[in-house]
Design a protein around this ligand. Structure first.
Ligand code: SIN
Ligand code: MN
Length: 207
């Protein structure tokens, strides 16, 4: 796991917020409902060739939004950022097929249960996670002496993810269980998001 702390400047973060707003004009945020029938405790949208989708039938990548339309294209600047970050973990031929955007309201209800990112057809390329807005308590299962616990019985570690952080799950942490325990209110840089809360962008190579 590579944790680049507060690596994005305020202006870079502002541009990413604006990017998310443009994406949401074409692919509005939805509150997905899990196969169990429970709604997720965050809102989601995507850009790129495919988008991560969950509904009663399960988890998958889809070429279309629930409204039947394609997802907006991957912005060049995001693909370039992904290329740069992937090169830092020795993945020079990374291809950013999609970016899943999660929005967590500034609420004690906002969270994401412990899970593995294993819907991708190709499970080797890294997952690049960008945090913007309020801090969060991010949990990751850790195998003894290192991050990257891929067994349910591994202990968890809590990492604070702050606005401007980039976390890369690669190598032995690629399939680590992880989740968002809580959003820490009133910690976002001023003026970045209208109602604070947290945006998380995860760039993924799917194929
Ligand atoms: C995710 O695991 O898909 C998102 C994680 C996060 O919000 O930091
Ligand atoms: Mn995940």
């Amino acid at each position: 796991m590579l944790h680049l702390k507060e690596i994005l400047t305020y202006n870079q973060q502002l541009r990413l917020v604006e990017m998310c707003r443009e994406i949401a004009k074409v692919a509005p945020f939805i509150t997905p409902v899990m196969p169990s029938g429970q709604p997720m405790n965050c809102q989601q949208t995507s850009c790129g060739q495919v988008g991560w989708t969950v509904d009663k039938q399960g988890y998958r990548y889809s070429h279309t939004q629930p409204n039947g339309r394609a997802f907006p294209a991957m912005p060049d600047s995001l693909a370039n950022l992904a290329d740069h970050v992937a090169s830092l973990v020795d993945e020079p031929s990374y291809f950013a097929h999609t970016c899943l955007i999660n929005h967590y309201q500034a609420s004690s209800k906002s969270k994401l249960g412990l899970h593995q990112d294993n819907t991708e057809v190709n499970l080797e390329p890294c997952i690049i996670s960008i945090s913007i807005g309020d801090d969060c308590e991010f949990v990751m299962r850790s195998a003894p002496a290192s991050y990257g616990g891929t067994n349910r019985s591994d202990p968890t570690k809590t990492i604070i993810l702050r606005s401007g952080d980039i976390l890369v799950m690669h190598g032995q942490s690629r399939l680590a269980y992880h989740g968002v325990k809580r959003i820490i209110p009133n910690t976002a840089p001023k003026g970045l998001l209208k109602n604070n809360g947290r945006l998380n962008m995860t760039i993924r190579q799917v194929f």
